[in-house]
Design a protein around this ligand. Structure first.
Ligand code: UDP
Ligand code: MG
Length: 312
């Protein structure tokens, strides 16, 4: 008998969860004769009735396990907790809002069992129903991050993945505090098959991602996997040194040969502004890495569990 663990991070999903459960159930009954399921719902400190919904679901169906955090620790922490507690030979990650169709599970399972893949990832081929600006910045982000890292991050990749045990162990062994799941999944490598599907709107409830939160998340992704920004700021610094050196030569030449009287202080002010701006920018970049290091070095647990029905 093989076991598939379905890990679902849930934050304020009281409306979506019952629908999600019904849909998942439909897809996992008669899945295959020698496969059993385990559904791990991680309540990430929801402020609504999510925990009660989860508990009542777990009473109805003993395949449902739950972990409830002491407060909201973020999706990445919820994913980690779920993976850590999953006991399946295969583990899949899914959103609670049905944006990740459970109907793909069969195909994913086949790919890892019959086709010699270690994992299956999913990507959406379009960004329908998403603001245009958001799509634009998302594309830009993938272009940038792929230039800066030496492994590929797939544009439009979702967190919906299906993994063999060895991939799960690899991801769990990355114990960093600043977790960027899509990056971690690409980082560990292995033989990954990509399945594409159209973007689906969430069934109920609201997205937790504002534009600002996404921007922060994107920057985190970059700092977590690349030190290229540091190199860029050093490059800009060097470039400016060269320019100023040339300017000094020109000024000396003009003063000595042409006897140019002192003038041009407005341009001086502009230069001071620009250079100090660049300095602040570079300091900011260094600060980003420093703050990440600071958070890593404290080695704080990723989450605290308040309630769970999983016995360890
Ligand atoms: N989520 C979570 N903790 C958070 C934010 C989100 O566990 O702090 C969960 C959420 O319940 C959902 C998944 O992560 O199952 C994806 O969130 P959402 O649908 O809001 O993101 P989107 O699909 O819009 O990117
Ligand atoms: Mg969603």
């Amino acid at each position: 008998m093989e076991k598939i663990s379905v890990v679902v991070p849930c934050y304020n999903e009281e409306k979506a969860l019952p629908l999600f459960y019904e849909e998942l159930k439909k897809n996992i009954t008669d899945f295959s004769r020698n496969v059993e399921f385990e559904i791990i719902l991680v309540n990430d400190g929801s402020k609504d009735n999510t925990l009660n919904v989860i508990k009542s679901l777990s009473k109805k169906d003993d395949r449902i396990k739950y972990i409830s955090f002491s407060r909201n620790f973020g999706k990445e922490a919820a994913i980690y907790a779920g993976l850590e507690n999953a006991s399946g030979d295969y583990v899949t990650l899914m959103d609670a809002d049905l944006q990740d169709p459970p109907s793909l599970l069969k195909e994913m399972y086949k790919s890892v069992t019959d086709e010699d893949y270690d994992a299956v990832g999913t990507r959406r081929v379009d960004r329908k129903g998403e603001p245009i600006i958001r799509s634009f910045f998302a594309r830009l982000f993938y272009k940038l991050i792929n230039k800066m890292t030496n492994f590929e991050m797939v544009d439009g990749a979702r967190d919906y993945v299906f993994m063999k045990r060895n991939v799960v162990e690899a991801i769990l062994s990355l114990k960093e505090y600043n977790r960027y799941s899509k990056g971690l999944f690409s980082f560990v490598g292995f033989n990954v098959k990509w399945i594409e599907y159209q973007n689906i709107k969430r069934v109920a409830g609201e997205t937790k991602w504002s534009f600002w939160k996404l921007t922060k998340y994107a920057l985190e992704g970059i700092t977590a996997f690349s030190t290229a920004p540091l190199l860029i700021s050093s490059g800009i610094g060097l470039l400016f040194c060269l320019i100023s050196f040339l300017l000094i030569l020109i000024i000396i030449f003009k003063t000595i040969i042409l006897g140019d009287p002192t003038s041009g202080w407005p341009s001086l002010v502009c230069i001071i502004f620009m250079v100090s701006g660049i300095q602040m920018f570079s300091l900011g970049i260094i600060g980003q890495y420093l703050s990440k290091t600071y958070l890593e070095i404290k080695k704080r647990p990723l989450f605290f569990i308040k309630d769970s029905n999983i016995e360890k």
